[in-house]
Design a protein around this ligand. Structure first.
Ligand code: ARG
Length: 466
């Protein structure tokens, strides 16, 4: 027969045995985290059930206790899901709220759950489970965005548009090629997140407060129960580091940087001066004073929200930098930046996937822009180089031709053959095929190049990888 616990302490606090005065309201409010960490309740219960199962397997608690714990937790899940569960900031955090309710429901078995465990390894486990789940959701959203990018890229694989350097027309590319650059950014983002997931997916439980525990626990069993790929192999490190959360914020900062760049392009492209794309009305808003306005709010906000994700990265780095081993309460501040990063990234991905599907290209405007920028000047230089002129000389020759075209207010292919030949006798009438946008595109026919065939091949490769 197991011994019974002493009569309940007068204080509400699980840990208050040695305290002689109650906490002030301000300190309570300052130290409580339940308002935000209750978001991890599923992970907390999942972790507790795996721990309890191990305790029973190792005969550290009885099978009857384990059955009670399972029953109590099932009821708590139902209460939280129905909204009946009463969260109390008197109980500080998600862990103590759930444990207290469990004890109310099932008595002493509830008090045995915490055997061989501390909130320090418990919270580290919860965050890792939470982040692992979040990364899985984000990877699905990212995949959906990538698919929608591919669909648009496929439709626009051969649509000529200017490629820019310094935001000046540089060379012809296709809209599909440009979109595939976005796709590549996302491919690396998703690789990075998959790697963060791997390092996040290790089990801290068993570290207890900091030094491990005197009970004959089986950490590998708990890891397998929770789908962790390995153990945190040092108890001090297990409870204290949050580098996985920082890595996630770093990967997210890069991802948001990419979305911010795309946003900037969308803002420019939907400006009538470019007029390259139209974005569906549902992603824009009007002005309360100027009736003609259609503003690109969604891309602008994505650009703006990038700043808060960068901020969360810096917040977490700063949170860790002064902490001696092992757990310090500072770590409770890890959650809000992490949660907000997850929410911002998820919402951005969701809204962009939808927005991409609602983009219409305006090929005529893209072609007009191409005609105004001497976009095939490099093709003329390459042509002269193929005819034997050293590239640097060819570059100079074409510069003179561009100056002439500019004076006349025309594009290069509009200069007559006679006029072109004044710059170089190497120029023949085969030059006009080279100077067209289609000729320029078709000539860049290698992996990573902008010919419509290569863009099509890139899309096919991307599809097979997704
Ligand atoms: N709410 C705490 C956190 O988020 C849980 C761990 C508290 N541990 C402690 N010894 N006070 O970090």
């Amino acid at each position: 027969m197991q011994p019974q616990s002493p009569p309940a302490a007068s204080s509400t606090y699980t840990w208050a045995g040695r305290f002689t005065e109650p906490m002030s309201e301000l300190v309570k409010r300052y130290t409580a985290s339940v308002e935000f960490d209750k978001r991890m309740w599923r992970q907390d219960i999942r972790g507790s059930l795996a721990h309890a199962k191990m305790l029973a397997k190792q005969s550290i608690v009885s099978t009857v206790d384990y059955a009670d714990i399972q029953r109590g937790m099932a009821q708590i899940v139902a209460e939280i899901e129905s909204g009946a569960f009463e969260w109390s900031s008197d109980l500080e955090d998600v862990h103590l709220n759930i444990e207290k309710r469990l004890t109310t429901l099932i008595g002493d078995a509830g008090k045995r759950l915490h055997t061989g465990r501390s909130r320090n390894d418990q919270v580290a486990t919860d965050i890792r489970l939470f982040l692992r789940d979040a990364i899985d959701d984000i990877l699905v959203l990212l995949g959906q965005f990538q698919l929608n990018v591919l669909d648009l890229a496929e439709r626009e694989a051969a649509t000529p548009m200017p490629g820019f350097t310094h935001l000046q027309v540089a060379q012809p590319i296709t809209f599909g090629h440009h979109l595939m650059a976005w796709f590549e950014m996302m491919r690396r983002d998703s690789e990075r997140l998959a790697e963060v997931r791997r390092r996040t997916n290790r089990l801290p439980l068993g570290a207890a407060a900091l030094a491990g525990t005197t009970y004959p626990i089986d950490r590998e069993f708990v890891a397998a129960e929770l789908g962790f790929e390995g153990l945190c192999e040092n108890s001090l490190d297990a409870v204290s580091d949050r580098d996985f959360a920082i890595e996630f914020c770093a990967a997210s900062a890069l991802l948001m940087m990419h979305f911010s760049r795309m946003s900037e392009e969308l803002v420019l492209w939907m400006n009538p001066r470019f007029g390259f794309v139209r974005i569906a009305d549902r992603f824009c808003t009007g002005s309360s004073i100027m009736p003609q306005k259609k503003n690109p709010d969604v891309p602008e906000l994505a650009r703006g929200k990038t700043g808060r994700v960068y901020g969360h990265l810096i917040a977490l780095l700063t949170l860790m930098k002064g902490q001696p081993l092992a757990y310090n309460k500072d770590n409770q501040e890890d959650k809000e930046p992490l949660f907000d990063t997850v929410d911002t990234v998820s919402d951005t991905l969701r809204i962009f996937a939808d927005m991409i599907a609602g983009i219409t290209a305006c090929p005529d405007n893209m072609r007009d822009a191409l005609r105004q920028g001497f976009a095939t000047a490099t093709d003329l230089a390459d042509y002269l180089t193929r005819k034997g002129l050293p590239f640097r000389d060819a570059h100079e020759t074409v510069g003179l031709a561009v100056r002439r075209a500019e004076e006349l207010g025309v594009d290069l292919p509009q200069l007559s053959l006679v006029e072109l030949q004044t710059f170089s006798p190497l120029i023949g009438d085969d030059i006009f095929a080279v100077l067209t946008v289609e000729g320029s595109l078709a000539a860049r026919d290698h992996i990573g190049g902008s010919s419509p065939e290569q863009v099509g091949a890139a899309i096919a490769r991307a599809r097979s990888r997704l």
